[in-house]
Design a protein around this ligand. Structure first.
Ligand SMILES: Nc1ncnc2c1ncn2[C@@H]1O[C@H](COP(=O)(O)OP(=O)(O)OP(=O)(O)O)[C@@H](O)[C@H]1O
Ligand SMILES: [Mg+2]
Length: 448
């Protein structure tokens, strides 16, 4: 579980911190505040864990927090672990305190008149910027079909689970549900859909929330504006690493999501899309990475994916239509979708054979708009990516290139590992190998 923000405050400001926690939660930014009295010199593990799993630490600046040793320790611990600090002034405070030294040079948000209006909006913007980098939502998309969206969703992000122990959630958002077919046996798929444990429940939840089952419906849409269902309740576990406790999960796809792509009751579809966005917000607080395999058609589903995504990853094949395809996608996002917040755009060359033309890659690298977006790593053409019959194996995920044991498989696995590391660095600003979880109780004796 991760938080958008840890709120550090003095006991005197605790009530205000709780109000802020509530407001942030409602804004889709899960916050954490410690409510028990603090004694002694050692941090409770709860606090160290909450700080290291938060995208930033908000410190409520007031005369009492300026003289609080605990607040100083929390900030020191956050800084030592590379967690950004967001100072929020809640009461006029003399500027000669040790706390001010610690936050010197950081821009402060003035909330001395309360958490309303501009001050709260500014705080949300600051927290969101950090939260986007902590747990990215990557939409793997390209309006062009057959470029490797499904193949790379499974293999690059599966590699981040396998080699970097990231908790990864794949979401199959294509009515063709190829990702699901690649990773799950048909009989398992049918059984899980029967229990409403599929992507439909990410739009209009059914049985797991005690509602009527919507999974077989192709014409009826049942909206729901209650709290989103816990994604781990409907996700299917593809793989689990008992040592790191990392999970590789999938929200199974289903043909019936095609109903959201058809022009019908738009108000109902909009309500489902809003629910889906909240579902993804909850998902990112539970996984290091949420990855959406998006269908190549431009529809409500595409809009839902890009409006929730922090990043878009577009696989491109080395053919002459690719650059034009990227430009069309950019226009779709900029002009047609008019998003409140644009996801960061990334691209990766895929299926490059030794005799593939090299001018396409050069054109993209030299393009002012897209040059910087293209990953350095190039995914070659490889027989390890061929879609194969998985009937004979117990777990179809074993047939992925990342798990292959055949002749030369280590070559393609090296490429996928490098691609995953490069991608992780681009989306989170951290190297993939940096693990932000600290061990047991950390003793912090540093006084401010
Ligand atoms: N690097 C590669 N080397 C060899 N084959 C590949 C490679 N990448 C993809 N393929 C193959 O190309 C085909 C299309 O790939 P994939 O299904 O991943 O594309 P997609 O973009 O998801 O397609 P769609 O638009 O239909 O969703 C598949 O058969 C896949 O096995
Ligand atoms: Mg696909």
């Amino acid at each position: 579980m991760t938080n958008a923000a840890f709120i550090s405050c003095s006991g005197e400001d605790l009530e205000q911190a709780k109000v802020l926690e509530n407001l942030l939660d409602h804004a889709g930014l899960p916050a954490w505040v410690y409510t028990k009295p603090l004694t002694g010199s050692q941090f409770p593990t709860e606090i160290t864990e909450a700080i290291t799993t938060s995208s930033c630490v908000i410190v409520l600046v007031s005369p009492s927090s300026a003289s609080s040793a605990w607040v100083g320790r929390e900030l020191h611990f956050a800084q030592e672990n590379g967690i950004p600090i967001v100072p929020v002034l809640v009461k006029p405070t003399p500027t000669n305190s040790a706390l001010h030294l610690r936050i010197a040079g950081m821009s402060r948000i003035d909330a001395t008149k309360g958490f309303a209006g501009e001050a709260f909006d500014e705080l949300c913007r600051a927290v969101k910027a950090h939260y986007r980098r902590l747990n990215p939502i990557v939409a793997v998309m390209n309006m062009k079909g057959g470029v490797g969206k499904t193949t790379l969703s499974a293999n690059i992000f599966g590699g981040l689970f396998k080699w970097r122990h990231k908790n990864v959630l794949l979401v199959d958002l294509d009515p063709q549900y190829n990702l699901t077919q690649l990773l799950v046996h048909q009989r398992t798929h049918l059984a899980l859909v029967e229990q409403d444990r599929s992507v439909i429940s990410a739009f209009e939840p059914g049985r797991p929330l005690g509602r009527e089952s919507p999974t077989r419906e192709l014409t009826k849409i049942s909206t729901f504006d209650g709290a989103p269902i816990d994604p781990t309740e409907i996700a299917h576990r593809l793989e689990f690493d008992p040592d790191s406790r990392a999970r590789f999960d999938l929200i199974l796809g289903q043909f019936e999501i095609a109903k959201y792509t058809l022009p019908q009751n738009t108000r109902r579809v909009d309500a489902c899309m809003a629910y889906f966005k909240r579902f993804l917000d909850l998902a990112r607080s539970k996984y290091d990475l949420v990855v959406i395999d998006v269908s190549p058609a431009s529809s409500h589903l595409t809009l839902a994916a890009v409006s929730a995504a922090t990043h878009v990853l577009a696989p491109v094949r080395p053919d002459k239509y690719s650059l034009r395809g990227l430009k069309a996608m950019r226009r779709l996002m900029d002009e047609l979708f008019a998003l409140e917040e644009q996801p960061e755009f990334l691209a990766v060359m895929n299926d490059v054979a030794p005799d593939s033309p090299t001018d396409v890659e050069e054109d993209i690298r030299n393009d002012r708009e897209f040059g910087a977006s293209l990953l350095k790593t190039i995914i070659p053409h490889s027989r390890y990516f061929f879609a194969r019959n998985t009937g004979a194996v117990q777990n179809p995920a074993e047939r992925l290139a990342i798990n292959a044991r055949g002749w030369h498989s280590s070559n393609i696995q090296d490429v996928l590992r490098t691609a995953g590391d490069e991608l992780m660095e681009r989306v989170s600003g951290h190297a993939a190998t940096i693990d932000r979880n600290v061990g047991d109780t950390a003793e912090v004796n540093q006084e401010i």
